[in-house]
Design a protein around this ligand. Sequence first.
Ligand SMILES: Nc1ncnc2c1ncn2[C@@H]1O[C@H](COP(=O)(O)OP(=O)(O)O)[C@@H](O)[C@H]1O
Ligand SMILES: [Mg+2]
Length: 230
Amino acid sequence: MIIISDVVKSYGNAGNKNQVLRGISLRIADGDFVVILGASGSGKSTLLNVISGLEPPDKGSVVYGTSDITKLSDEKLTQFRKDNIGFIFQQYYLLPNMTVEKNVRMGADLIGNREYRKMINAVGLADKAGKYPSELSGGEQQRVSVARALAKKPKALFLDEPIGALDEQTGRQVLDYICGLHKEAGFTMVMVTHNQNIAEMANTVVKMNSGKVSEVYTNKTRKNAYEIGW
Ligand SMILES: Nc1ncnc2c1ncn2[C@@H]1O[C@H](COP(=O)(O)OP(=O)(O)O)[C@@H](O)[C@H]1O
Ligand SMILES: [Mg+2]
């Protein structure tokens, strides 16, 4: 369980303060697939960054099991993130001078996981392992970043608009890979999107509006990546 309590975060200085998260409380069950849905500028990315320990909140706590990550030293937080958290961004952030295999291995090496090849296979890139990011399509690059994030076997995977840069066919394929891996491995998955259709794939939907949670609901039936509207 991840328990987020009364999280507040602002940007800017005293004279020109922009309160981006205005008191967010949320519980995320282990193994759940949560979509955080909201318009652009509603604070989704900021919330994801705070939950995953990328950015500290001004106030409030983020507790994984029994550890409050907002109270950890920088060093301990870095270790916590290495041990527990995977992150996938809209931009793939692959290392351009490393092959697919090396990019994924970097993720796996963090915990000495030698099964990185399995992850490359799992995202359908076995035949591209020796290629460089510039030799791949956008969808293939995002699949590399999925493999890299999962190669270290995170307990929680965070995704910020993971298919925002992809066309429909590729977007559906990447979502399908991600959901297949989630089903198989059972990590906790929190995905940010402004796309209502994608929310129909989640188990739990958290709606955000102007820095607040406006609604939380569970989908009675869930659609797969090929059933949702686009
Ligand atoms: N690093 C930052 N510095 C200053 N303002 C920021 C920063 N990150 C986000 N913001 C502001 O916070 C608000 C919410 O941004 P964000 O969390 O990225 O929203 P979303 O992901 O829902 O589009 C926006 O008004 C944005 O301009
Ligand atoms: Mg965003």
